[in-house]
Ligand binder design. Structure first.
Ligand SMILES: NC(=O)c1ccc[n+]([C@@H]2O[C@H](COP(=O)([O-])OP(=O)(O)OC[C@H]3O[C@@H](n4cnc5c(N)ncnc54)[C@H](O)[C@@H]3O)[C@@H](O)[C@H]2O)c1
Length: 437
């Protein structure tokens, strides 16, 4: 990468924000592009990316030093930059892949694309998408030819929300695949600048796209296995958590945590990309499909178990108030996309219960039903609750004691869907823990 080259990052969310910050920290000039005026204002005010250390600070000093500029005009940013990194979301709409944001941004980039520019794609995609969908758009709207006139690289992002910058800079090698050898070489040299673990070259764009999806499939299938074994334990008087600890002391065993469900934009989504492709190609993919079904069913199963606990204590469902703790799709994230908590809430409402939700980080949410209050004041949510349902493993919950639940009704009934409570802190409570028989 030549010193004066400018990098435009399209989409400044959970992935693009840390990527832009990593390039600023490496000394690059960056144009941050996003269609969300709210996010751009937060960045300007120094209060974006609240759960990711250093990003907001990096943006503030970048803006001050003139190394970072912000824009919502993708064509302009493409004209002004040499390297374009795409980090917009690719999710599902009714179980079908939603490429709208990716296609829209690709068109913007193509309209400003110049000879010797580079385009890097980071969202997770079904194998073949970069070559068969993105490349033709880039060529059509730019009148340039991939590999001959511009570089095209697939570089999937592999971050864990909450430590994204560290993951990009230190924890993983950067995966790089190019449209051809020139693109691959450009990507290798470029990504080597920010990735301390170096670059892992993959010989085709489709293989690299598949690599990223397989990481998600592996996690989903193994979480499903944990959920199934946890269910087995619940019915056979076995403690999954202790058995897991013992089993994992053997180096080839990596049993995962069971839980109330799998959420977020990654793990529940990537298996679907693979399943859809398998269906198109008429290839059986039973284990992946079964894992999805198992994990999707977990919120309903956990609610059913909690209801058994309520009924055992002769509670009237229609009059019961449920305090659901945690809206984030997992602990310590501010992201609630595809969170299992939404299904948990819906299920309790369907049974006629009243529901309030607590989350320490999410203060407003548009997807919860209107009759469900969301609050970051735990005593308010717990007040007069007949049952406390722990849905996300926020660290705060591990420190709770009976004292925190003083306002709940007695007997104190708790469903610990993440095995996060320190049971020694709870005397005289009836606690049902996932995976414990
Ligand atoms: N979140 C993760 O942990 C993670 C990890 C690895 C890979 N990924 C991949 O990265 C992709 C992006 O995920 P994310 O979590 O950063 O999403 P996000 O929703 O947090 O951020 C995406 C940003 O793109 C912006 N955007 C949408 N359309 C745009 C457009 N046309 N032009 C400019 N900006 C636009 C949005 O306003 C948003 O700020 C995902 O599809 C996923 O495949 C995510």
């Amino acid at each position: 990468m030549k010193k004066q080259q400018i990098i435009a990052v399209y989409g400044l969310g959970n992935v693009g924000g840390p990527l832009a910050a990593a390039w600023l920290r490496a000394g690059a000039k960056v144009i941050g592009v996003d269609i969300s005026e709210k996010l751009l204002t937060e960045i300007k005010n120094g209060n974006s990316h609240k759960k990711e250390p250093f990003i907001s600070i990096t943006f503030t000093s970048g803006l001050k030093a003139g190394n970072l500029s912000l824009n919502s005009n993708g064509v302009y940013a493409s004209k002004q930059s040499h390297i374009k990194i795409i980090a917009v979301p690719v999710g599902l709409k009714k179980n079908k892949i939603d490429l709208d944001a990716l296609i829209s941004v690709t068109k913007d980039i193509a309209k400003g694309l110049k000879k010797n520019d580079a385009v890097l794609i980071s969202p997770s995609l079904p194998p073949g998408t970069t070559e068969n969908t993105i490349l033709p758009i880039l060529e059509k709207y730019s009148n340039l030819k991939g590999e001959r006139d511009f570089y095209l690289i697939y570089n999937p992002e592999r971050i864990f929300e909450g430590r994204a910058l560290q993951d990009i800079e230190q924890n993983y090698p950067a995966i790089v695949a190019g449209l051809g050898k020139k693109s691959e070489g450009f990507g290798e040299e470029l990504l080597g600048i920010i990735s301390k673990k170096g670059v892992l070259k993959i010989s085709s764009l489709a293989n690299a796209e598949a690599e990223k999806l397989f990481e998600g499939v592996y996690r989903d299938v193994n979480i499903a296995l944990a959920n199934e074994l946890a269910n087995f334990c619940e019915h056979t008087g076995v403690n999954y958590w202790e058995a897991r600890k013992g089993a994992n002391s053997q180096p080839f065993c990596h049993l995962h945590y069971p839980g109330t469900g799998v959420g977020g934009l990654c793990i529940p989504v990537y298996p679907r990309f693979v399943i859809n492709k398998a269906v198109e190609s008429k290839i059986p993919l039973k284990m992946v499909e079964y894992a999805r079904t198992t994990n999707d069913f977990m919120p309903k199963k956990c609610v059913a178990d909690s209801i058994t606990l309520l009924l055992k204590h002769k509670k009237n469902l229609k009059k019961s108030k449920i305090a659901v703790l945690g809206l984030g799709f997992r602990g310590e994230v501010t992201d609630s996309r595809l969170s299992p908590t939404y299904t948990v809430v819906k299920e309790f409402l369907r049974k006629g219960c009243k529901v309030e939700v607590h989350d320490p980080y999410i203060i407003a949410d548009k997807l919860l039903p209107t009759q469900v209050k969301l609050s970051s004041n735990i005593s308010k949510v717990i007040d007069h609750a007949d049952l406390i349902f722990i849905s996300s493993d926020h660290k705060l919950y591990s420190k709770l004691t009976t004292n925190a639940f003083r306002e709940a009704k007695r007997p104190l009934l708790i469903f610990d869907g993440r095995n996060i409570l320190n049971k020694a802190n709870f005397k005289n409570a009836s606690i049902l823990t996932i995976g414990m028989g």
